[in-house]
Design a protein around this ligand. Structure first.
Ligand code: APR
Length: 289
């Protein structure tokens, strides 16, 4: 990432009044939450999504699937928002019309200062009945081994939350008694229509779209940056590696979100400290580049 690229992206951000920030798993990578497709560390490099992330997988083995999502939820609970999450909150603090759209199922945007991101793929913290869809409580009382680890101790050495690796019988719905399922969108399932409508509307009306940490391979979510570009909004990408979005981007910032986003906020607003939601959050100097 060169100075001129950061400066150009900063200029676009400073000029924006209705920015959209669109995030994927790379946004939380520096918090110790594994992505899905990164070589070696990505979840789908080690686990078969067809065994764990489809309605059929849940019907076939609810305990295997529930246990796996509970392990991920416990890993996320111990994770902390990184400077990238805080930079997104800083953008929203500067531009109140900012819409944050995420594919992530962790709660790090909320804990990083963005109260209500548009959630395209659901949340690990919104379990519901697999039959009647009745919301179910988060089984917090059923503390998992290793839960007493301090926040920030997000990941096992290789990045995967191992404290509760193994089948776990899902709770029964308080209403109809059917098994409770994770509140995430599985492969083959429709996205929540209200969230998708809100995302398309925001992308259609934005004057800048910042896409962060997504491989842009999973549709229909991956359409969102294309909607903005088709309607003439500049798109800025933050990702250490090229993605299918490169060609539609006005600027490609190659680097990790936790470093690039704070630098971008400073490039847009040199006095950004004033707008920083968490003054004592450590962040790198913008000129580090
Ligand atoms: N900062 C920014 N980007 C990063 C970082 C980082 N620190 N680390 C990795 N990345 C990038 C990778 O280069 C990759 O392009 O983040 C991207 C992560 O891609 P995926 O693992 O495919 O995650 P995502 O795009 O969010 O997946 C979309 O697929 O499995 C489903 O439902 C799941 O929401 C998910 C969807």
């Amino acid at each position: 990432m060169t100075g001129p690229e950061l400066a150009e992206a900063g200029r676009l951000l400073a000029a924006a009044r209705r920015p959209v920030v669109f995030t994927g798993a790379g946004m939380s990578a520096e918090s110790g939450v594994p992505t899905f497709r990164d070589a070696q560390t990505g979840l789908w490099q080690r686990y078969d999504p067809l065994e764990l992330a489809t309605p059929a997988a849940f019907r076939a083995d609810p305990a295997l699937v529930w246990g796996w999502y509970e392990a991920r939820r416990h890993g996320v609970r111990r994770a902390l928002p990184n400077p990238g999450h805080r930079a997104v909150a800083a953008i929203r603090a500067r531009c109140p019309e900012t819409v944050v759209i995420t594919q992530n199922v962790d709660d790090l945007h909320e804990r990083g200062g963005v109260p209500a991101p548009v959630r395209l793929h659901g949340s690990l913290f919104a379990p519901r009945c697999s039959a009647c869809a009745r919301p179910a409580p988060i089984p917090e009382d059923a503390a998992a081994p290793g839960d007493d680890a301090p926040p920030g101790d997000a990941a096992a050495p290789d990045g995967m939350p191992e404290p509760h690796a193994g089948p776990l019988t899902p709770p029964a719905c308080a209403g109809c008694g059917a098994p409770v399922r994770p509140g995430v969108v599985w492969f083959g399932e429709a996205l929540p229509s209200a969230a998708l409508d809100a995302a398309v509307e925001a992308a259609s009306g934005c004057d800048l779209l910042l896409t962060v940490g997504t491989s842009a391979l999973v549709h229909p979510a991956a359409e969102i940056p294309l909607v903005a570009a088709r309607l003439g909004a500049p798109v800025v990408q933050v990702n250490p590696v090229p993605t299918p979005l490169d060609a539609i981007c006005a600027v490609n910032l190659r680097g990790p979100a936790g470093e690039v986003l704070p630098a971008l906020v400073r490039a847009a607003w040199p006095d950004a400290d004033a707008a920083w939601p968490d003054a004592d959050a450590a962040w790198p100097d913008a000129d580090a580049g």
